[in-house]
Design a binder for this molecule. Structure first.
Ligand code: GLU
Length: 510
């Protein structure tokens, strides 16, 4: 790498919620910047007003924030290269479009949408595709075919025009992509004359993107594979604008594939296949449709990030768990693969389980408290901590804490029919009444002492443990679940345990 300061940007368009692929692009940019002591910049590319979706920019910012991918420059943050919202940079671009016209790299085109549509349809009728470019432009309504005078008159008359890039004919444009190696595109074979500037006075993505990358001194453009076909145009724009010396290096990230391994993971896949594809929940402002988010589904940001980091990148070792700091230390674009990587929703859960288990009981109890409060449950800190300690091992999400522990807080109102049928015998009620009488005599209501008294009692009675333990558990928790029975008794408290056994004796009728 040269001595140039590493400056990378994440440049989303606020056209909807950020897809997890977009978060991965942000992550790889962020890691690359950290690794090289560089700057991670957020730039909002909102020049296409027709695709603007209210709330999308806030969503992007909140997503990055949740993931811990904090830009050092961006809208609302500031920086020396602002503004960072392209709609606020309108005044910047026109001059470069004019410069391209003057140097012969671009031209005015006056063709109306209707005229272009007609050309497209005519081509389709011949089973061809219309392309505005090298082969067709001389015959169309533009400053290449019209006289200077005609062009001047049209512009003065206020006729709508766009500015198009004049693609040089039959040139092999070769560029070195850090991930893909040398990539060559032939201008005549695959490239048309893209619109750079529109009649609404705004640049298109291509011009704005290149101009801003230059002005913001971006050293590396790291973005999704879908932008690879734009690379030759961007490379030519750097040449045309005289900026070749400071042209950034490019790295196009591989696609994230559907769980079946074929096809790009799309925004719609999540709802179809039952897992989130967005970092945060998103409510479509037009339809009100809600799409799931990793955060709301109970994933930890660390798990989400860890999972994303391994989609397309690998450390070259067997290590699978990485903190953000570790990732920043070892990340390299050279270890990003070219081929698409299959997304596995089960693996995402697996990562969450790991981070869940890594949390201390105290941290998990803090996360559990609002859940309890929402359900109107009053619990002491001591009890909440003790409950979490007991069931932590069985869970991978905070939401499961309640599923696994509700009986600690709410007495069962129903009893699992199968267990009743199998375990509740004719003399069970009678025996449990004797257990209650024995429980009354236990002085220290701690799991160990309850167990001791219970065992002595059982030995004396010569009752089989199985006969009693299962109905007892059924009475206390409503089914055949939960941790050690005596721990359950301790946490429920003496009074509540006795009450629950008596209720079961009353209610279970065989
Ligand atoms: N605005 C483009 C997007 O939405 C940015 C592509 C790029 O990084 O050049 O993805």
């Amino acid at each position: 790498m040269t001595d140039r300061k590493v400056r990378v940007r994440f440049a989303p368009s606020p056209t909807g919620p950020l897809h997890m692929g977009g978060v991965r692009t942000a992550l790889f940019n962020y890691l690359f910047a950290k690794k090289h002591g560089g700057d991670f910049v957020l730039r909002i590319e909102d020049t296409d007003q027709t695709r603007y979706v209210p709330g999308a920019e806030d969503y992007i910012v909140e997503s990055l924030n949740w993931c811990g991918l904090n830009p050092v420059e961006g809208p609302g943050i500031g920086g020396d290269f602002g503004p960072y919202r392209q709609s606020e940079r309108k005044a910047v671009y026109k001059k470069y479009a004019d410069q391209l016209i003057e140097s012969g790299w671009a031209y005015y085109a006056f063709d109306t949408t209707e005229e272009i549509d007609a050309l497209r349809k005519a081509a389709e009728a011949n089973k061809e595709t219309f392309s505005y470019g090298i082969a067709t432009r001389e015959k169309l309504n533009n400053s290449l075919s019209l006289s200077e005078e005609e062009v001047r008159q049209k512009i003065e008359a206020g006729e709508n025009y766009v500015i198009r890039f004049k693609m040089p004919a039959d040139e092999d444009v070769t560029e070195d992509d850090i991930i893909r190696g040398s990539v060559t595109f032939n201008t005549s074979k695959s490239l048309d004359d893209k619109v750079l500037f529109k009649s609404d006075g705004l640049p298109t993505y291509h011009l704005a993107n290149v101009v801003d990358d230059h002005l913001m001194e971006i050293s590396h453009v790291i973005r999704g594979e879908e932008w690879l076909p734009s690379m030759p145009l961007h490379v030519l724009l750097y040449r045309a604008l005289g900026w070749e010396d400071t042209k950034p290096r490019f790295a196009h990230l591989p696609l994230i594939l559907k769980p079946v391994g074929k096809g790009k993971l799309s925004k719609r896949d999540g709802d179809k296949l039952g897992f989130p594809v967005f970092p945060l929940e998103w409510t479509d402002p037009k339809t009100g449709d809600v799409s799931k988010g990793y955060r709301e589904e109970g994933y930890f940001a660390e798990a989400f990030i860890n999972m994303l980091a391994l989609l397309g990148w690998n450390p070259g070792t067997e290590q699978e768990f990485f903190s953000m700091d570790e990732l920043s230390d070892i990340f390299s674009l050279e270890r990003v693969v070219k081929s698409g990587s299959r997304f596995d929703p089960e693996k995402a859960k697996w990562f969450n389980r790991h981070y869940f288990q890594e949390k201390s009981v105290e941290e998990l109890a803090e996360l559990f408290k609002p859940v309890l409060a929402e359900k109107g449950i009053e619990s002491t800190d001591e009890k909440t901590l003790a409950v979490v300690a007991e069931i932590k091992e069985r869970c991978e999400f905070v939401s499961e804490l309640w599923e696994q522990s509700s009986y600690f807080f709410v007495a069962p109102t129903e009893y699992d029919a199968k267990t009743v049928k199998k375990r509740w015998k004719e003399d069970t009620s009678e025996k449990l009444s004797e257990i209650v009488a024995m429980f009354v005599t236990v002085e220290t209501w701690k799991a160990d002492s309850i167990k001791e008294t219970f065992s002595a009692f059982m030995n004396e009675k010569e009752w089989g443990f199985g006969m009693i333990m299962n109905p007892l558990r059924l009475s206390l928790v409503g089914g055949n679940l939960g941790p050690d029975l005596f721990v359950i008794c301790e946490l429920l408290g003496k009074e509540e345990s006795i009450k629950r056994i008596n209720t079961a004796i009353e209610k279970i009728d065989i």
